[in-house]
Design a binder for this molecule. Structure first.
Ligand SMILES: NC(=O)N[C@@H](CC(=O)O)C(=O)O
Ligand SMILES: [Zn+2]
Length: 436
């Protein structure tokens, strides 16, 4: 049994943000109280061994749920695999991760869905929940067997990494997914507008002489998908929103009652295109980093609820691939191990976002939207939880990362505020930054 004493509990699912004592027993949250005496706790332990943690000055919240994680297995295990990715997850404070389907081969049938589930269970760290593709082979034309894949354990459908260019296929997908009750997760990017662009088109891309991707490449597809979701009544989730226009479109669609949710990635909230250097491929990501104005619009959107969730879009690549010239390096940032700390340091500490809002957007809301267990510390629920120490500082060193990937802009930087204990179903899986 665990007794977390005098810890600041943030659990948006129960509207708790207060100093509390928390008891965990038999893998479940047993009780959250304003204070407990040793005698009371020992009685409740009923002879079970007890570990007491002094939580003063620390936060306890539900294990974070990441709805956008690339784990690369099967097929690209040199970048990441389900074991290394789910270890990286718990090191970063995530107890549930939704695995993206753009593997090789893509996760487009029930057998592959079951394979990802099995590998996740075998790894035994974060819960790994597979997302299936929307189309067979991720080729954008023929829909997968959604109901069958749901039976196998899929929790959503997405061709992420690629946009569904054919609007009729997207419309059918939204219609058909209604049978499963699951959202279609859309990677909004008009292929022709994006062209061979390398970063967001604007003053910075002009100065650097790099081919640009206009903001419209994202926003025209956001507009299309919102119209199709409205017409079909299907559930739509928009991945990695990055432009001011997209935020505006979502705000208006929500006001009309469209069944849409949206996510934003930490890097789009923290960086902007001006910070990209021609030698710095760590910041080469898709969608590309926007302008300062976009960054403000995204923060505002997350604050007012237009943007529902934060998601990492953990996109691991090998060092050799990221060492290529800017034009040739792949898009993506590996972020499971640094995302929460980065949000704490760059957004919560300066007062741009409250920690309560961050936790809601990264636990309760994803659980609700995708119908997942977790995201709550209600007594009786599985104890997936994070103890966060706002004062813990660490240099992000290659040797300490448990992900296979090193493509993070925070490498060699000192960061402050980290998860120092993480439990999955009441079992301690990370202590003092070491994965157990
Ligand atoms: N975000 C990225 O830059 N890359 C992702 C694909 C994606 O999420 O669109 C990847 O799979 O590498
Ligand atoms: Zn994507």
């Amino acid at each position: 049994m665990w007794w977390l004493k005098d810890v600041w509990v943030i659990d948006p699912s129960q509207k708790i943000s207060a100093s509390r004592d928390v008891l965990v027993k038999g893998g479940q949250v047993l009780e959250i109280s304003s204070s407990l005496t040793e005698k009371e706790v020992l009685e409740k332990a009923q002879g079970e061994s007890l570990e007491t943690i002094n939580g003063k000055g620390k936060f306890l919240f539900p294990g974070l749920i990441d709805v956008h994680t690339h784990l690369r297995e099967p097929g690209q295990e040199d970048k990441e695999d389900i074991l290394s990715g789910s270890r990286a997850a718990v090191r970063g404070g995530f107890t549930t991760i939704m695995a993206m389907a753009n593997t090789q081969p893509p996760i487009d049938n029930r057998a592959l869905i079951e394979f990802v589930c099995r590998q996740g269970e075998r790894a035994g760290y974060a819960h790994v929940l597979p997302i299936g593709t929307v189309t067979k082979g991720m080729l954008g034309s023929e829909l997968v067997e959604m109901a069958d894949m749901k039976e196998g354990g899929a929790v959503a459908f997405s061709d992420d990494g690629k946009n569904i260019q054919n609007s009729e296929v997207m419309r059918l997908a939204l219609e058909y997914a209604k049978l499963t009750g699951f959202p279609i997760i859309s990677h909004c990017e008009d292929k022709d507008l994006a062209g061979e662009g390398l970063m967001r088109r604007g003053v910075a891309s002009g100065r650097m002489g790099l081919r640009g991707i206009p903001a419209s490449a994202e926003s025209v597809i956001v507009a299309r998908d919102l119209i199709l979701a409205e017409e079909t009544g299907g559930k739509l989730h928009l991945a990695h929103i990055s432009t001011t226009e997209s935020v505006e479109l979502i705000r208006k669609a929500k006001a009309r009652g469209v069944d849409v949710t949206a996510e934003v990635n930490p890097h789009h909230l923290i960086f902007c295109d001006e910070e990209i250097g021609i030698t710095d491929t760590a910041l080469k990501v898709n969608p590309p980093l926007g302008s300062r104005g976009d960054r403000e619009a995204l923060i505002e959107g997350l604050r007012d609820g237009t943007i529902d969730m934060i998601a990492t879009d953990h996109a691991p690549h090998t060092q050799a691939e990221k060492a290529r010239p800017f034009a040739e390096a792949p898009f993506g940032i590996a972020s499971l191990e640094t995302a929460l700390s980065a949000v704490w340091q760059y957004l919560v500490l300066p007062g741009r976002l409250s920690l309560d809002r961050v936790i809601e957007a990264w636990s309760d809301t994803p659980a609700q939207r995708f119908g997942l267990p977790g995201g709550s510390l209600k007594p009786g629920t599985l104890a997936d939880m994070v103890l966060f120490d706002p004062d813990f500082s660490e240099v992000i060193e290659s040797a300490k990362l448990v992900s296979k990937a090193r493509n993070t802009p925070f490498l060699e930087k000192t960061m402050q505020g980290f998860p120092v204990m993480v439990w999955v179903e009441g079992r301690l899986v990370q202590r003092d930054r070491t994965v157990i």
